[in-house]
Ligand binder design. Structure first.
Ligand SMILES: Nc1ncnc2c1ncn2[C@@H]1O[C@H](COP(=O)(O)OP(=O)(O)O)[C@@H](O)[C@H]1O
Ligand SMILES: O=P(O)(O)OC[C@H]1O[C@](O)(COP(=O)(O)O)[C@@H](O)[C@@H]1O
Length: 316
């Protein structure tokens, strides 16, 4: 498989150090002793960059980093061979914590709000985007917005990227997702809860999932990736909607698997795969990550091994 011809950028406005502590049993009101602990260089866009790197696809990670935690993230990503082009901010980058129970898949996750970003720092990031966006380049805009960044931000960045002929891919939630979608990103990746919140109703049936795809397509989105956890992915364009379903696997943690899914989708897209194959590679990458501890990403070998076990069928 070849390197992508078009550059890939990931933008993480609210990155964080992901600390995972594994305990024998989750309990309240007692001191829990960790039997394992690990750090991952996290935030959704950075996770996509790490998963792409594992697949052999270079990307440049953009975002805000600050303080000692920001330095750790920057060094950590560089150590993995990932190019970075950060805006350095006054505030301290956050740390998000997962306390995971060994062998059960149960966990507690607490995400900090993140540092406040000033208008000047935000303008610095927008300027980087304007410099780097080239026609056809892929841009992953992912995660929550830190304090100080308005919910209109993704929509504005998507408009800037679209004007330059780039392909923005959006993975966020709530108001930021609603306003971002209205700007017509190339791709959007909600999970079921995020989509249900936006549509204002639960997604129970396949018809609900097809309605969800239609809802996003109507806003000018070209590809809708509705992720369904263990049920895989519904991937839809104007001409076709498919579902890809993973095999049953032993799951370690599901934190970050949506980001690995997005990396798999991107990997297949840059290589010109069909919609069904894009869905298949995406699910293979997401499921490979689910088998890893912490916010880990699957190796290329594990993604390729799973690819053959993903079932794909046409919904429309
Ligand atoms: N229990 C699971 N078993 C196998 N694969 C899973 C499981 N949960 C998630 N995945 C994989 O990760 C992908 C993304 O999962 P999902 O939970 O929908 O994303 P998000 O992390 O964005 O909420 C799925 O499409 C699938 O490939
Ligand atoms: O499970 P997902 O949605 O793929 O993302 C996991 C990543 O998102 C985070 O939970 C942060 O999420 P937010 O940006 O939405 O606060 C990180 O801790 C983790 O790296």
């Amino acid at each position: 498989m070849t390197e992508p011809l078009l550059p890939v950028f990931t933008v993480t406005l609210n990155p964080g150090l992901d600390r995972t502590l594994v305990v024998p049993r989750l309990q309240e009101n007692v001191v829990l002793r960790a039997v394992e602990s690990r750090l991952d260089w996290g935030g959704k866009g950075f996770n996509v960059s790490r998963a792409l790197q594992a697949l052999g696809v270079p990307s440049t990670a953009l975002g805000f980093v600050g303080g000692a935690t920001g330095q750790l993230l920057e060094r950590g990503l560089s150590g993995l061979g990932i190019a970075t082009d950060f805006v350095h901010i006054q505030g301290e980058t956050r740390t998000n914590t997962v306390i995971a129970e060994a062998h059960s898949g149960r966990y507690i996750k607490v995400n900090e709000a993140g540092p406040t970003v000033t208008p000047a720092e935000l303008a610095g990031l927008r300027a980087r985007l304007m410099d780097l966006a080239t026609p056809g380049s892929y841009w992953v805009l992912a995660g929550s917005l830190p304090p100080g960044v308005p919910s209109t931000c993704y929509g504005e960045l998507i408009a800037v990227l679209r004007e330059r002929g780039a392909r923005p891919m959006l993975d966020t939630s709530g108001e930021a997702l609603r306003l971002g979608c209205a700007a017509g990103p190339f791709l959007v990746k909600p999970n079921q809860e995020e989509a249900a919140e936006l549509l204002g109703r639960p997604l129970r049936t396949q018809a609900d999932r097809l309605d969800t795809v239609a809802f996003f397509l109507e806003q000018g989105v070209e590809l809708v990736a509705l992720s369904l956890g263990a049920e895989g992915l519904v991937l839809g364009s104007r001409s076709e909607v498919v579902q890809a379903v993973p095999p049953a696997v032993t799951v370690q943690t599901v934190v970050g698997v949506g980001d690995a899914l997005l990396a798999g989708i991107l990997w297949a897209l840059v290589r010109g795969a069909t919609l069904a194959d894009v869905a298949r590679w995406g699910v293979a990458a997401g499921t490979a990550a689910a088998q890893e501890p912490g916010v880990g990403v699957g190796s290329r070998a594990s993604v390729e091994a799973l690819y053959g076990q993903v079932r794909v069928f046409t919904l429309r």
